[in-house]
Ligand binder design. Sequence first.
Ligand SMILES: [Zn+2]
Length: 308
Amino acid sequence: MHRILGIDLGGTKSAALVATDDGMVLGRVAAPTPASGDSLELFDFLSELAREALNESPGPIAGCGVSAGAPTDSSKGMVFAAPNLPGWGNDGFPLAERLGDALGRIPVRVENDADATAMAEHRYGAGRGTRTMAFLTIGTGVGSGLILDGRLHRGKIGAGGEIGHIAVDFENGRPCPCGLTGCLEAYASGHSVLRVARERGYVGPADGVSLANAARNGDPHARFAFDQAAEMLGRGLATMTMLLNPERIVLGTLAVHAGDLLLDRIRDTVAQNTWNRLGEGLEIVPAALGDRAQDLAAICAWQRPGAP
Ligand SMILES: [Zn+2]
């Protein structure tokens, strides 16, 4: 049995863990991610976190996967600046090579966290057994990853499958943090749902649980924001379904915590806007990994679908 080192690099906290190649975590350490925006400080922090995890679970390691909350070029092992992780710079940082050297020549692979989580849901979670699957995480933003014929789809520059930035409103599109207008994310992310509810007159607390409970209890502004998010998710997923004919669509975060407010409308909208032949066998389900998603994403950044 191989042992894998996984690193989950987040904007506010990070973790390093040692796991078996069937996803059992043997040891794990976590710490707040430094906020200084300095790439070397961030690199030293990750190296130290990895060493601590290795010291806790000594023994040989087959490889290291990094699931990064930032854009990556996994073919080159590069990580680039993100709003929450500005330290890597726009030219990127060769994290795979540098971390491999620092840890004694362990081979390292890096992946964007949405892609890595898509692989984790495919291998261990709600996407198990499928050949063609789409994953969306509906959190602060809308991240996504596509598994096509058992493998992560990357596209020319590694940015393929950005379903959250499919345009769903060409007429009066809301501005999206990415710079475009009318993107799915501008309606369906956790931030967007709250923003829409506030604009309509929602005055309750800003956290997602309170907003969802307000919608369940009949607050018309919260209800409108969730209905609109579900409608737009349905539109974007219908477009994606006609293009890719997936077996299953796995929806994380908001769709897990507020699935009762979203999933029926999403399924109806997809069904109305796709051919019956594509829609009938399509399953749209909540993500299954919960708290384990980030650890397993880091492991899958090393394993990659299709690999032994
Ligand atoms: Zn966008």
